[in-house]
Design a protein around this ligand. Sequence first.
Ligand code: HSE
Length: 304
Amino acid sequence: MSLVSTVTVKVPATTANLGPGFDCIGAALKLYNEVKFTRLDAGGLIIQVSGAEAEKVQTDESNLLYQAFVKLYQYIEQTPPSVKIEIKLGVPLARGLGSSATAIVGGLVAANQLAGSPLSELQVMELAIAMEGHPDNVVPALLGGCRLAATSLTGWEICDVTWHRDIVPVVAIPDFELSTSEARRVLPTEVSRADAIFNIAHFGLLLRGLATNRQEWLKAALQDKLHQPYRQALIPGYEAVNTAAVAAGAYGMVISGAGPTLLALADASEAKTVGTAMLNAWKQEGITSIVRSLPLDTQGVTIS
Ligand code: HSE
């Protein structure tokens, strides 16, 4: 078998949780990181990064893409080849849009290609979930669309979640970062039965609301008691942006992943107005943001 010497992978951004679906649901968005791996004859590691915030990315062995790359070779019990990694960043870092999932998925998928595809998609997915610690970003980054992940008796069950075509995700990405570890540290380790029931009910409603675009279901469904109440204090202006989004016609607003990006869901006819309202609300709080309507990516990671 002759092994390829170059592989390019394009991995979508993701938004996790969608309010009540903490750590189990996520959707891929049309915003991408692209990475080219080239096998080197001489030893060593070269990492080159371009795009917004490129200077913040590690370019040594601690780089997450490279760590994922090495992880796959360790799993198949082979020595990783020397490589040059060229990264084109489109997904902002530490903003709740799955930038670390793009690195984990990108590194694993590229390594699997360069190694001659020894692992199945399912095996790559399981490695990615183990590296990230939760499935809700890496699964849609790999597969595309909106995905629900639940443990089965032997591993994971993944199901695709129907997303009505008129529901548009509108993201407001602020100019400050929030690390996932910090946003997880503020969460309680135990929750009350009342809060658990609240989330079960609202998550069921969310799944039906996403499938039907039924306004009253979605308006109620985006509420959550497991993570958002604890995280809001980490995101200045949260209440103002939420109020503005809803007043402009959004069904509701949630924290994208661990934040600080805020995500409104709106009917396509309202998306532009909602975005402008979110941008202005944050501006009045002294926070600069970038607002975009990002349709769902349906392909997941692509390899060329
Ligand atoms: N479900 C995760 C969280 C997503 O909310 O902490 C962040 O990566």
